[in-house]
Structures are given as C-alpha cells and as structure tokens.
Design a protein around this ligand. Sequence first.
Ligand code: FPP
Length: 250
Amino acid sequence: MINELSGKQAGQVDKSRLPRHIAIIMDGNGRWAKKRGLPRTAGHKAGAETFRKIATYCKNLGVEYLTVYAFSTENWKRSETEVGAIMALLRRYLLEAIDSMERDSIRLKFFGDMTAIPPELRSLARETDEITEHLGRDAFQANICLNYGGRDELLRAARRFAADCTAGLRKPEELDEAVFSGYLDSAGVPDPELIIRPSGELRLSNFLLWQCAYSEFYYTDTLWPDFDEAEIDRAVAAYQKRDRRFGGVK
Ligand code: FPP
C-alpha cells in the first residue's frame, strides 16, 4: 500500500499554494479492465473518461497546466487493436474539444513526435492548435503526450538547436537551460511541480525527463480509471506538506 496520506486530513488542499502544473502518468487501465473480465480497450475507454473528469477538476481548482501521458514512443509495441483503440479515443476527444474548448476556455497542446501519428488525428491536432493560439495565455492548458518519450523530446530539441546553429541563427555558446527549454515540446510551460503516478508503479517511464528535475512525485495504488477528484486533493495535500529546497538549505 503506497498511498501516502490517509485519514481525515489527507485531502485538505490550501488553494493559495496550488501547484501551477500537475503531470500524470495515466497508468493501470489494462489491470482495471482485467479485474472486470473486460478487454484492455475497455480500460482505456474508462481512462479517457477519467481524463475528462480530472482535467475539469484541475481547471476548476485553479491549476494552470495539466500534462498527461497518453501514448509513449514505446507503446507502439502493443497490439494493433489496442493502439487503434487509443487513437480512436483521442480522435473522439479532439472532435469534442474542437467544439467546446473555446466555450470552456481550455487550451490544448500536444507533446511528442506527431509525424508518426495517423494523418486524420494529426490534422485534428492542428485544428485544436489553431484554436489554442486564439485563446488567451491565462486559459487552463491541457497537454497531451502522444508518441512522446522524454529521451526522444531531448533528441529532437538538440537536433533543432543544431540545425539553427548550422543556419547561423544560433551559436553553440548561447546554449543555456533557458534557451534549451525553448526547443522542447514544453516550451513556454513551467516545469510540473507535481507528478502523479497511479496504479502502484514506482517508475518515471521516460516521462518529462528534463522538466522533472525538481518535481515532487506522488504515487498511489489506485488504478487510473478509478482515480477521482479526492485523489487529486490527496496528491496536492501531500505536495503541500513537502519541504522543497531545490538543492539549498532552509
Ligand atoms: C497505461 O495503462 C495507459 C495507456 C498506455 C494509454 C492511456 C490512454 C488513455 C487513457 C486514452 C487517452 C485519451 C484521452 C482523451 C487523453 P496500461 O495500459 O499500461 O495499464 P496496465 O499497466 O494496467 O496494463
């Protein structure tokens, strides 16, 4: 049992000290389905519903950014049926988002290498990108990691910087952390203060490798489809109890 806090105090959130950015590894969909004798795809369907619920909750709570790991660069190893089902759920979500993001004031961004994504999904992502550009910077932003790997993101950023050097737009000696961050998929997004992994796994799995340098981690046994608003409260309350020193002393 790795749930960090229990009892009455567990989920008491101080709204004046919220993390600006929460990132979540949406794990446990397959096990959730198996426990119910359902196909793995049913777990992903339930997981997509949980994402909708948690994004709405984070927005209403006052969190500014939510980043979720939907499909990794390694997830292509799964069966064609499972990959197809995840892509179909994303397609459905994007179609809904195109209709509602302006009304609900939700910005949507994708992190990952979109070149390998099915063309229809890619063009829907371009549409949501355009809507996002029209929405003010103060709107809540959801980032969906799709064909994403932390190492791959670092390599793509390094290649883009090198290409800019070759083109005479940059000099190698100009490279510092701020400049490099601007080449990442997460350019302009503050690093996540809190990373949550449900389902009892204690790994980072190639998620936000650069951005997690000073993130606080929160693990829970709850499987992603069962994850709810109270779990977010517990994770935020645990984060608020942490002593963050950033390598210094207090
Ligand atoms: C990990 O659980 C989950 C995934 C690889 C897919 C997550 C995708 C979704 C929830 C759908 C995305 C849709 C939207 C709208 C964002 P797992 O399958 O590895 O679970 P297991 O470890 O129990 O097998």
